[in-house]
Design a protein around this ligand. Structure first.
Ligand code: ATP
Length: 209
């Protein structure tokens, strides 16, 4: 099984990295593709340019087996739709291999507003990671969408290429990229919220000031 974690990664921080590692280990994933978006479609545009967000991501995962930086959204012009990314991953990996789209609970709350949510489930499983400050309760429309798809064992995802939803407990790390950017803007240290290698790039490039 292959995991996919998309995000702005503006910058990548321990709230991305540790929950991703938890999923890698708990679900027995072969690898996790970390996919920085190019042009945001559900949120405000990123602050740092794509090339620097990718460089920070690559620096963050050096030496971590199973973590792979995947630049396909950055290389694709126009809005970064997860649906398109999954179509492209399926073209590379084939139709049979289970794909698990990892998504934080805050992002999952808005999932039905994404481009082609039902088609996304035809291409991949969803693994929803609990996140500090995000409610576990689902609104009625999302509950209806999830009905019949929810499973509680990683093995249930390995059985089939796509279509199932798993709620995964991960280490609760109360950090957001917004908070990291705000600390830097105020000239306060963001240390121990994200890797030192990422902080070095931020300092060298003068990002988020
Ligand atoms: P921002 O503060 O700029 O909105 P962010 O910290 O939420 O950014 P993103 O790059 O937008 O980071 O997040 C990518 C994915 O990682 C999303 O699915 C998001 O829900 C998840 N995620 C981000 N931070 C955490 C965290 N602390 N715990 C669990 N999941 C997280």
């Amino acid at each position: 099984m292959i995991g996919i974690l998309g995000g702005t990664f503006d910058p990548i921080h321990f709230g991305h990295l540790r929950p991703a590692l938890d999923c890698l280990q708990a679900l027995g994933l072969d690898e996790i593709r970390l996919v920085p978006l190019n042009v945001a479609v559900h949120r405000a545009p990123p602050v740092a340019p794509s090339a620097q967000r990718l460089a920070m991501l690559e620096a963050a995962i050096v030496g971590q087996p199973g973590f792979v930086a995947d630049a396909r959204e950055i290389e694709r012009p126009g809005g970064s739709y997860t649906y398109d990314t999954l179509v492209s991953l399926r073209a590379e990996l084939g139709r049979e291999r289970p794909l698990c789209l990892l998504i934080g609970a805050d992002a999952f709350a808005g999932f039905l507003d994404w481009h082609r949510p039902a088609d996304i489930l035809d291409l991949a499983h969803l693994v929803v990671m609990r996140r500090p400050g995000a409610s576990d309760a689902l609104d009625p429309a999302l509950q209806a969408f999830c009905a019949g798809r929810i499973r509680d064992r990683a093995g249930d995802l390995a059985e089939t290429p796509a279509g199932r939803i798993l709620f995964q407990d991960v280490t609760q790390i109360d950090v957001s990229a917004t908070r990291v950017r705000e600390l830097i803007r105020q000239d306060l240290s963001p240390r121990w919220l994200l890797p030192d290698a990422v902080i070095s790039i931020i300092a060298a490039e003068g990002l988020y000031r």
